[in-house]
Design a protein around this ligand. Structure first.
Ligand SMILES: [Zn+2]
Length: 307
């Protein structure tokens, strides 16, 4: 009798133990996937405070994060993006910039939907969002090196920006600086996938501090590209700042129509910490003005807002 009871007890213990192991391992694998996957970088991009997160993009969930994305993605890549996470101040500041900019689009609360998302100078940040479902219709693959081989969407930029990026990379090459693309275009649904994963992992309050909500990422405009040196070292990471490549970009990007979109010490204006790698195409004229004035796109937009 005693033996039977013991056997039963041991059987129960084994079942419970097994279930525990299964549960735990599921948990950790999910976590790993998130961490390695697309993290943040793009994240970087954009988050906005207000909007209820998911409105816009409840669409497809097809864009699962393929592992491949990760690395390079900058915005998603694992390694890379991990860092962007710390955009701490982002939220705080964003508010300050907005005032006045409502003229650029339809305002709803503190969030403005930009009226002309195809404008090369469009302002997209935590308070200025793209129209729901917006996607540029002239995306192409820039003819430049990337830190990954796959021919995927994150290579893409709008045609004019892609052409300018090639000129920029060619000019750098002549100066002995070898650049590579890390992450460009990101669709709203892709951003939603990323953002939702961060929320699952860290909670919404934490996620909005380092990741953009869908519709609020500058990468969705097709005018942004994260850039690193050819070896991909420090891609979309803080350690890219101060490298020869970063210094060259800071000195010359504007000549080809690009600005360092999130400059050092401008967190309170842009909503994002310094990102030496995130280039935004705005056209040569605007880029030269912004560079010469030591401005951000927010400050320039506020100054030139009419009506
Ligand atoms: Zn970026």
């Amino acid at each position: 009798m005693g033996k039977v009871i013991w056997a039963a007890l041991i059987g129960v213990a084994l079942v419970i133990g097994g279930a525990y192991v299964v549960l735990t391992s599921q948990g950790s694998s999910a976590d790993d996937r998130l961490q390695s996957g697309d993290s943040v970088s793009d994240t970087t991009q954009d988050s906005s405070n207000s909007e209820s997160s998911n409105s816009p993009a409840d669409q497809q969930s097809q864009e699962t994060d393929k592992p491949g994305d990760s690395a390079a993605s900058s915005d998603g890549g694992s390694s890379s993006e991990g860092t962007e996470k710390t955009d701490s101040n982002s939220d705080a500041s964003a508010g300050s910039t907005d005032n006045g900019q409502a003229a650029n689009g339809q305002s709803s609360g503190s969030i403005v939907t930009v009226s002309d998302p195809n404008d090369i100078g469009v302002l997209v940040n935590k308070t200025h969002r793209l129209p729901e479902g917006y996607a540029p219709d002239d995306l192409v693959y820039p003819d430049v090196a990337f830190i990954f081989d796959d021919k995927v969407d994150k290579r893409k930029m709008r045609r004019e920006a892609a052409d300018a990026l090639k000129e920029l990379f060619d000019a750098a090459d002549k100066d002995g600086i070898e650049l590579a693309g890390v992450s460009g275009y990101r669709s709203e649904s892709r951003q939603k996938t990323l953002f939702d994963n961060y929320v699952k992992r860290d909670g919404e309050e934490a996620a909005v501090r380092y990741s953009a909500r869908p519709g609020f990422s500058e990468h969705q405009t097709g005018l942004a590209m994260d850039v690193s040196g050819k070896d991909g070292k420090c891609a979309a990471e803080d350690c890219f700042a101060g490298t020869d490549e970063a210094n060259w970009l800071a000195d010359h990007a504007q000549e080809y129509g690009f600005i360092i979109r999130y400059p050092e010490d401008k967190e309170s204006v842009t909503g994002y910490k310094y990102e030496a790698w995130h280039l935004r195409y705005v056209g040569v004229d605007l880029a030269e003005l912004i560079h010469a004035g030591g401005l951000t796109l927010e400050e320039y937009s506020a100054q030139h807002e009419t009506s």
